[in-house]
Write a protein that binds this ligand. Structure first.
Ligand code: SF4
Length: 431
C-alpha cells in the first residue's frame, strides 16, 4: 500500500507528520510522490493564521479533484482539529477521517479498522519514532509543545495548548534514534527558553544542552525560538562551555516600541531588548542574530514603526523576518477582519522587508574573505558545486552556500573561505 503525506505549517508540525509517517511505514506502506497513486493521503494541517486555513482549503480542494475517493483514503489531522474543524468538515465531506492533533493512537486504530487487510494485528509501538520527510543534514528536535505566553495576536496557545516539555531522557533517546539523519540538531519549541518549567519547575535548557552535547553523531546544535523575555543572561556561558552549540541566536522580538510590545502582551521594550542583544554580543563577539518583526499592529503609528529601522541601525541583526499583523478572530487583539486594510498591511510588510534585504547584502558581504565552517548537504550538477549551509544559516530560512574544490571524499563538515556573498547565497572555496 502507498501513502502520500502533505505536511503544512511549521517544523513543529513536521515532527508530528514524521511520527504519523513512521506509523504508516511500520504497517508496510511505502511513499509515493503522486497523491493520485496513494492508497492513503494524510494532510497534517496548520491553523495558525487565516492564511494557513486558506492554504489548507486550497490543498483539500485540489486533492478532492485529484484523488479517486473510491480507492484513496483522505485523512486530515493537525491544528485544524483545534480551530475551524466544523467549517472544514462541512465543506469537505469527502475527507474519510479527521484525526485529532497528535492523536497517533487514533490514526493507528483507523489504519487497522479501515485501511489494512482484515485481521491485521497492531504492531509494536516505538515511542517518538519518526520517518524523515525532509532531506538535508538537519534534524528537528521538538523539545516542548504549547505555550502560555498569550501574545495578543497569537492563536498557538488555543491550538497547541499549555506548555508541555519532553523529559530530557526522552529527548536524548529521540536524538540518538535520529542521529543517522544529519549532523545538525535543531531544537524547536514555541518558546525554547521556557523548556522544563512545567516538568522540572525551572528553566532546564542548560541541563538539556549538557545532555545532548555528549551525543557523538551531532556536530552542530542550534536553538530556535528563544523568547527575549525569558532568556537568562548567564546562559551565554553555555555557548562558551559547549563548542557544538552554535552562537546563532534566534530571538523573535516582534516589535521594539514599548507601547506596541505591551499591547502584544510582551514585556521587554526598546532599551531592554537592545541591552539583551548587546549583552550577548559582548559575551560572544562571534554571535549572529535572527529575529522577526510584526508590522501593522492595530493603532501602530508610522513613528512607532520607524523605531524598528532605528533599532536595526543600532543592533547588528543578520537575519530578520517580517510579517504583517493578521486579525485572527479568536485572538485577544481582535479587530474586524472585514474592515482590515490588507493592502496597507502588505505595503508595510514589503516596505520593511525591502529595507532589511538591502541592509542584509552588506552584512553578508562582510563575511567575504573569512573562514567558516560549512555543512555539506548535496551536489548541484548544473553549478558543478557542492551546496549546504554555513554555521550562521539555519535550515530552510537563511539561504544557501556553495563550495567549489571539494571532492566526494571530503568530510561533511568542512572549513571554507567565503569568496562572494549575495543576500541569501554565499560562494565559498575549500581551504
Ligand atoms: S510566544 Fe507568543 S507568539 Fe510565540 S507561540 Fe507563544 S503566544 Fe504565540
Amino acid at each position: 500500500m502507498k501513502y502520500f503525506v502533505e505536511s503544512l505549517g511549521c517544523a513543529k508540525n513536521l515532527v508530528d507528520s514524521e511520527r504519523f509517517t513512521a506509523i504508516l511505514k511500520k504497517y508496510g506502506f511505502r511513499e509515493t510522490l503522486q497523491p493520485e497513486d496513494a492508497d492513503l493521503v494524510l494532510v497534517n494541517s496548520c491553523a495558525f493564521l487565516a492564511a494557513s486555513l486558506s492554504e489548507l482549503d486550497a490543498v483539500l480542494s485540489e486533492l478532492s479533484k485529484t484523488i479517486n475517493s473510491q480507492t484513496t483514503k483522505l485523512v486530515v489531522t493537525g491544528c485544524v482539529t483545534k480551530r475551524g474543524l466544523k467549517e472544514f468538515q462541512e465543506k469537505f465531506p469527502e475527507v474519510d477521517k479527521w484525526i485529532e492533533l497528535k492523536d497517533f493512537d487514533a490514526f493507528e486504530a483507523y489504519l487497522l479498522q479501515s485501511c489494512l487487510p482484515k485481521g491485521a494485528k497492531p504492531r509494536f509501538k516505538i515511542p517518538a519514532e519518526r520517518q524523515a520527510l525532509q532531506g538535508g543534514q538537519h534534524v528537528y528536535l521538538r523539545i516542548s509543545d504549547g505555550c502560555e505566553n498569550y501574545c495578543s495576536y497569537c492563536m498557538i496557545p488555543s491550538i497547541r495548548g499549555k506548555l508541555t516539555s519532553e523529559p530530557i531522557e526522552k529527548l536524548v533517546e529521540e536524538a540518538q534514534a535520529l542521529s543517522g539523519r544529519g549532523r545538525e540538531l535543531v531544537l524547536i519549541a514555541q518558546d525554547s527558553c521556557m523548556y522544563g518549567t512545567d516538568l522540572y519547575g525551572e528553566k532546564a535548557l542548560p541541563q538539556l544542552i549538557e545532555a545532548l552535547h555528549d551525543l557523538p553523531d551531532y556536530d552542530w546544535i542550534r536553538i530556535m525560538y528563544m523568547h527575549p523575555d525569558h532568556f537568562e543572561l548567564e546562559w551565554t556561558e553555555l555557548w562558551k562551555k559547549y563548542p557544538k552549540l552554535l552562537p546563532y541566536f534566534d530571538i523573535p522580538i516582534q516589535h521594539v516600541c514599548d507601547r506596541i510590545i505591551h499591547l502584544m502582551n510582551r514585556k521587554k521594550g526598546y532599551n531592554e531588548l537592545k541591552s539583551l542583544f548587546d549583552h550577548i554580543k559582548h559575551a560572544l563577539p562571534e554571535a549572529v542574530f535572527r529575529t522577526t518583526f510584526m508590522v501593522g499592529y492595530p493603532t501602530e503609528t508610522a513613528d512607532e514603526r520607524a523605531l524598528i529601522g532605528k533599532f536595526l541601525e543600532e543592533v547588528d541583526i543578520l537575519h530578520a523576518g517580517v510579517f504583517g499583523y493578521s486579525p485572527e478572530k479568536e485572538g485577544i487583539s481582535y479587530n474586524h477582519p472585514e474592515d482590515f486594510d490588507w493592502d496597507k498591511r502588505e505595503h508595510l510588510e514589503t516596505e520593511l522587508a525591502i529595507k532589511i534585504a538591502e541592509a542584509k547584502e552588506d552584512k553578508m558581504q562582510a563575511f567575504v574573505g573569512t573562514h567558516q565552517q560549512m555543512l555539506i548537504e548535496g551536489y548541484d550538477d548544473s553549478l558543478e558545486a557542492f551546496w549546504g549551509r554555513l554555521w550562521f544559516q539555519a535550515p530552510e530560512i537563511d539561504g544557501i552556500a556553495y563550495v567549489q574544490g571539494l571532492s566526494p571524499q571530503d568530510p561533511i563538515l568542512v572549513e571554507v573561505e567565503v569568496v562572494d556573498a549575495l543576500t541569501d547565497e554565499l560562494w565559498c572555496e575549500k581551504i
